[in-house]
Design a protein around this ligand. Structure first.
Ligand code: 5RP
Length: 262
């Protein structure tokens, strides 16, 4: 990996812990105004000091994040579909020059293995990795899960491995049973999505199990910004990811910080 690419990876993944807490707020690119993100700046301003990286689209970064903010940007560059249609036919929406203008630290797209858009999204991953290599910008593949797809180690392992084979520098997937099998077969930093909002205690336990199984951390959205106290929650997630707190300790931290304007 050349210097610029390594530097960008190190700005996102803390080189001291080898771990990352990425905050995902790109949901609007196919879901529109998601609960918690209707007024994006209001939600993310208090969270940004605690995020190692922010996953966002170019439209929202330009309109809702002050350029004086130093948080590294993982720019979502795929889309073109909505919850009203066939999600898997995503294309590339943002070219490399615009990603560079934004000073993106990484670029990301979804791949839909086993879905109608499988081939086009995998070829788009290949194209993006070629462009990333040209400019020294790492690519994160998101193993999106189609409506019919099982979230198990076999399927997520398949999708994650294909992503690495095609050149992805980082993979975002879901936590599942036997997650260490997914991690072992995909030799790049793996982060997990949080998925739908669940109880804070359960989300912290899921993050803990993922890092115990070898994940580099999380790229979590709804389980942070839809929490009853998002700042307390992101701090507790950091406790798990960077300080190796166990789920009980992290939940205690969340309870202690909750409601105190943490
Ligand atoms: C959608 C995405 C979203 O950023 C991601 O899934 C959101 O994270 P969470 O599931 O934790 O809300 O990549 O494809």
């Amino acid at each position: 990996m050349e210097w610029g690419m390594r530097n960008r990876m190190n700005r996102m993944i803390n080189p001291e812990t080898g771990r990352i807490v990425m905050l995902a707020v790109d949901h609007g690119y196919f879901q529109g105004p998601t609960t918690g993100l209707r007024e994006l700046s209001k939600t993310i301003d208090p969270l940004l000091p605690h995020a190692d990286t922010l996953m966002i689209t170019r439209g929202m970064v330009r309109n809702c994040v002050d350029p004086s903010n130093r948080v590294p940007i993982m720019l979502r560059v795929s889309g073109g579909t909505s919850i009203l249609g066939e999600l898997s036919h995503e294309g590339l929406t943002t070219d490399m020059e615009d990603a560079i203008r934004i000073n993106a630290c990484g670029i990301t797209l979804s791949i839909f293995v086993g879905a109608p858009g499988e081939k086009e999204t995998l070829l788009n991953l290949g194209k993006l990795c070629n462009m990333g290599a040209r400019y020294g910008i790492p690519v994160m593949a998101v193993t999106a899960v189609g409506r019919e797809m099982a979230r198990d180690a076999r399927y997520l392992g398949l999708a994650s491995r294909i992503a690495v084979e095609l050149g992805a520098h980082m993979v975002k997937t879901y936590y599942c049973e036997d997650f260490e099998q997914v991690v072992k077969a995909a030799p790049v930093p793996i982060v997990i999505a949080g998925g739908k909002k669940i109880a804070e205690k359960d989300a912290l336990e899921m993050a803990w199990k993922a890092v115990q199984a070898g994940a580099a951390g999380v790229d979590m959205g709804r389980n942070i910004f839809q929490s009853e106290d998002p700042v307390a929650m992101i701090k507790a997630v950091r406790g798990v990811v960077h300080d190796n707190l166990n789920p009980g300790q992290a939940y205690e931290m969340f309870q202690d910080l909750k409601g105190k304007g943490a």
